[in-house]
Design a protein around this ligand. Structure first.
Ligand code: ADP
Length: 646
């Protein structure tokens, strides 16, 4: 097999940067295959070459196999790394890459295919003697037959898409009454997300922990087991926090589950990186699925075992020995937090915007994976995970303490994140004691978070900041957004003279500081300390603030707030008046009303889709629809007037 000299990265964001980093260390050149809006990202600046593969919609770019392969060939890549998500678990793509004469960095198309279908995967595990969750394989997809199988299994039952992934096409049925509806919803979700409406049923385990095992098949046919990860903190079946080793297992249980994973991998002649997922309830493991790719949470494994899984993937793909030990022993405890661009006070609604500031506090054992920097843009088109925060310490307790300290110092302005939510989870006694199950989030955080300052206090701060802003932040000279297609942006690409002169202005008169982080990345650090001002009335010690585009962002404690400078009122999306504007860019997924309809307060008017999530806009008052300006499928910009009511 030829040595890999250039890798095309068929992905974006933090994982594209992660892959590039290892390639760079190995002396391998990279070409980033990116969509139109993804030029303002760190991966775009980091990779050696870039190639545009299509528009914002994933179907046009990251999921378009022909575009991806043509661009990789044009740039003479020897191999394609698919990262995770997108085409990473697509057997047809893996085959097409090979047919085009390149190496697909991952398992063989046959392996991807056999595990991609969850039912086939379950059958393979049964063959390997690994326990699976009782249920119905869905041979007969007639709805009445499925409902009668639910009765046999006994509620609660979970209905899952055969081709599922990312928690989509999966619904829990608690009662006979809702069986019909939930199965139909799962089918239509499955069809929409995977182009395949096929579903199957399983007993829903409601006291379970999520335990998964990292496996790796080298080119000589050896199967390596690199410990387990516990990922029980989940929201809507999606992971939020992952860690290794799992403190839920004793030595026997650990040996047992590692053995199950190894058996499955051996039976499949598994090549390259993979993860075998299990649910663990009442001392029993149940096979869930195999992910035939690099996992989002791979860094925690790398940290405790001292390996580079991306390097191992590349070496294996070119048939080079790994020189790994026969068995691995973990060192320390590692925890990963997923940082999502979402509004923690609006139940995780997507949040987008230009990044004003993103400063990751450094420290022993800390690792960050991210794909954006200050001045980049968080867009609505892709997954909302913008960064991963990892801490590895001697013990789990120390890792938790370190993460809490880290979150206190993590500074982000320009978009909202789940930072306050992560801190609350880490502080929860059940998380600290690791007695959590996959129900933990739902049981404890379903009502959402409330900011620590009430609306009136927020307004006092906002008024104060507005006054200060008029004096110290000359509008339009401080932060002008410029689209740059330059490969290596320098500060001069960004209207620097006015920026630095306004910096002087601020320092001289308000006591605020503005420090450029480094001249060759486009990050800088800004902090404004307002003391001895009317804020003292609120007993505020420290408010950090920053203007980003037409919004003012400020933080107090671990909470972040913003208000629009156009209206000078606090930002609150949704339908307040007779004119319904789009609160964010996105696709109009559903229009649920038409001209002449009588609407009651709280009725859902339209559903937007942004960051792979659906966002309902409800009527704030009763009334009649007088105009609808967009139709289903239209792409909306923020503030577009969607409809009017009287
Ligand atoms: P996906 O491929 O969409 O990620 P998985 O099959 O890996 O779906 O399941 C994801 C999560 O959904 C699990 O970690 C668990 O929380 C929940 N889940 C799946 N199947 C069951 C089940 N039978 N009982 C309870 N929870 C389940």
């Amino acid at each position: 097999m030829k040595t890999i000299k250039k890798i095309a990265i068929a992905n974006r964001g933090e994982v594209a940067c992660r892959i590039h980093r290892t390639c760079h260390e190995l002396g391998i050149k990279t070409v980033l295959l990116h969509s139109e809006p993804d030029t303002e990202t760190l991966a775009y600046r980091m990779c050696d070459e870039t190639a545009l593969i299509g528009g914002a919609a994933s179907a046009d770019s990251y999921l378009n196999m022909d575009h991806v392969i043509a661009a990789a060939l044009k740039h003479q890549a020897d191999a394609i790394h698919p990262g995770f998500g997108f085409l990473s678990e697509n057997a047809e793509f893996a085959q097409k890459v090979a047919d085009a004469g390149m190496i697909f960095i991952g398992p063989t198309p046959e392996t991807i295919m056999s595990f991609g279908d969850k039912k086939t995967a379950k059958e393979l595990c049964q063959k390997a003697g690994v326990p699976t969750i009782p249920g119905y394989k869905g041979e007969d997809s007639d709805i009445d037959k499925l409902v009668s199988e639910c009765e046999k299994i006994g509620y609660p039952v979970i209905v899952k898409a055969t081709a599922g992934g990312g928690g989509r096409g999966m619904r829990v049925i608690h009662h006979h009454k809702e069986a019909h509806e939930q199965i139909n919803l799962a089918k239509s979700e499955a069809l929409k997300a995977f182009g395949n409406p096929s579903v199957f049923l399983e007993k829903y385990l409601h006291q379970a922990k999520h335990i998964e095992v990292q496996i790796f098949g080298d080119h000589k046919g050896n199967i390596h087991v690199l410990g387990e990860r516990e990922c029980s903190v989940q929201r809507k079946h999606q992971k939020i926090i992952e860690e290794t080793p799992s403190t839920s297992l004793n030595t026997e249980q650990r040996t047992l589950v590692h053995g199950y994973a190894k058996k499955i991998a051996e039976l499949a002649n598994y090549l390259n990186a993979g993860t075998v997922e299990f649910l663990f309830q009442e001392d029993q493991f149940y096979f869930l699925e195999v992910n035939t790719r690099l996992q989002v949470e791979h860094p925690v494994t790398e940290e405790v075992f001292g390996v580079d899984l991306v390097k191992a993937q590349i070496l294996t793909a070119q048939k080079t020995d790994l020189n790994w030990p026969a068995a691995f022993q973990p060192k320390g405890a590692s925890i990963e937090l997923r940082l999502y661009a979402e509004d923690p006070y609006k139940n995780g609604a997507p949040s987008i915007g230009q990044v004003g500031k993103l400063i990751f506090p450094q420290g022993q054992g800390r690792r960050y994976e991210y794909g954006i920097e200050a001045r980049d843009r968080v867009t609505p088109y892709y997954d909302s995970m913008v960064a991963k925060i990892i801490s590895t310490q001697d013990t789990r307790e120390e890792a938790i303490a370190d993460l809490l300290d880290l979150l206190d110092h993590l500074e982000i302005f320009g978009f909202y994140t789940n930072k306050p939510l992560l801190a609350q989870i880490l502080r929860h006694p059940d998380y600290m004691a690791n007695t959590v199950t996959t129900q933990f989030f739902e049981n404890n955080f379903n009502l959402g978070l409330t900011p620590s300052l009430d609306a009136e206090t927020q307004k006092v701060v906002a008024d104060h900041l507005t006054k200060t802003l008029d004096i110290f932040y000359p509008i339009d000279s401080y932060f002008t957004h410029t689209t740059t297609s330059q490969k290596t942006p320098s500060t001069s690409a960004h209207n620097s003279s006015s920026m630095w002169s306004s910096q002087k202005n601020i320092s001289a008169t308000s006591g605020a500081t503005l420090i450029p982080n480094s001249p060759w990345t486009n990050q800088w650090k800004e902090s404004a300390l307002y003391q001895g001002t009317p804020l003292v009335r609120l007993n505020l010690q420290n408010v950090n603030s920053m203007r980003v585009e037409d919004k003012m962002w400020w933080s107090y404690g671990s909470d972040t707030y913003s208000f629009s400078l156009r209206t000078k009122t606090s930002q609150a999306g949704g339908a307040q008046s007779g004119k319904i504007h789009s609160p964010m860019p996105g696709t109009l997924f559903k229009v649920l009303c038409q001209v002449g309809d009588k609407i009651k307060e709280g009725d859902t008017l339209v559903v937007l889709e942004a960051m792979k999530m659906e966002h309902s806009i409800k009527a704030a008052a009763s009334g009649k629809i007088t105009a609808v300006h967009f139709k289903q499928g239209d792409i909306l910009q923020a503030d577009d007037l969607i409809l009017e009511m009287e």
